[in-house]
Design a protein around this ligand. Structure first.
Ligand code: FUB
Length: 307
């Protein structure tokens, strides 16, 4: 069954649209959302699924950027980052996350390395959350070496990043195994060894956030994927598994989340296959639903909506 094809527009200037129902982005296929609250706006960074209907695989060449002051009215900014930004890389604009430090914006991305077999993590930098971004290192930040726990060429994917209250930044990532390492204050070099976090049935898509003294590590589990999470009082663990946050994301084998607080509410940002035909999940769409915490800090299951 061929995938539905949305009307794809290429914006040369910012374009604002109203979207109060899921998926929030309907004119392009968007995947692997990362969200960042900066000043009075939410910035939503996504991948862009562009596989032809008869090609059952991921085809992704650029990342997209949207912003909103209210989670309803969204502005699409012209694509600020492309695989070509990374001269050492080949293709595959996979999952990513942006974080701000000292007025600069660092965009961590998973991408296929050009000369070393497998995926790698790169980092781009900009003075603005909407770009333009340039390669911050001219080389990969993490390169596949087959010596890490997963020993597969695609384990260095899905970076998530946080800056702790004491100023120490951490990068967490991985497929099959979940890795973490400190980042130097310059945000573009690892500091110290790469360690492994043990999580039950970990597949990929980690997202780290901290709230009321708890560290939360959510991640995709199983395949097709659900989103599960663990909590800890320390970034170094021990991590205690707490259960499932959301069920299978309809019509998509993958599930990939971001969790933010914005203007007094908590949000769960994820993708599903709502705009695609039943082809396994290569044409995904970003959705947003409310997320609620229990008094003890645990997370209630997300009720996925189409509104
Ligand atoms: O979009 C490509 C890959 O699919 C991502 O890296 C994974 O998290 C999954 O969503």
């Amino acid at each position: 069954v061929p995938a539905a094809t949305p009307v794809t527009e290429f914006f040369l200037t910012d374009t604002t649209f109203h979207s109060s129902s899921n998926p929030v982005i309907k004119h392009k296929f968007t995947a692997d959302p990362a969200a960042m609250v900066y000043k009075d706006k939410v910035y939503l960074y996504t991948g862009h699924d562009v596989a032809p209907p008869n090609k059952p695989n991921y085809e992704m060449h650029e990342w997209l950027c949207f912003s909103s002051p209210d989670m309803v009215n969204w502005t699409e900014h012209p694509s600020p980052l492309n695989v070509k930004t990374f001269a050492w890389a080949k293709d595959d604009a996979w999952a990513s996350q942006v974080i701000e430090r000292d007025g600069k914006f660092y965009w961590y991305v998973a991408i296929e390395h050009g000369t070393v077999r497998g995926k790698a993590i790169g980092v781009a930098v900009s003075d603005s959350p909407t770009g333009p971004f340039k390669d911050a290192r001219s080389s990969a930040l993490v390169t596949n070496d087959m010596t890490k726990a997963a020993s597969i060429p695609w384990d260095d994917i899905d970076p998530t990043v946080m800056i702790d209250d004491d100023g120490q930044a951490y990068l967490i990532w991985g497929n099959t195994a979940c890795y973490y390492a400190k980042l130097k204050k310059n945000m573009i070099e690892l500091e110290g060894p790469i360690k492994t976090i043990k999580l039950p049935e970990y597949t990929e898509a980690p997202w780290i956030h901290k709230r009321n003294g708890w560290y939360y590590l959510s991640y995709a589990t199983g395949f097709p994927e659900k989103i599960a999470y663990a909590m800890s009082k320390s970034i170094n663990g021990p991590w205690v598994y707490k259960g499932i946050i959301n069920e299978l994301a309809g019509n998509s084998n993958t599930n990939h989340q971001a969790i933010i607080d914005f203007k007094g509410k908590s949000y769960f940002v994820y993708h599903n296959g709502a705009l695609a035909a039943n082809e396994g999940g290569y044409h995904r769409s970003v959705c947003i639903d409310y997320l609620y915490y229990n008094p003890d800090g645990t997370i209630k299951r997300v009720i996925m909506t189409s509104e």
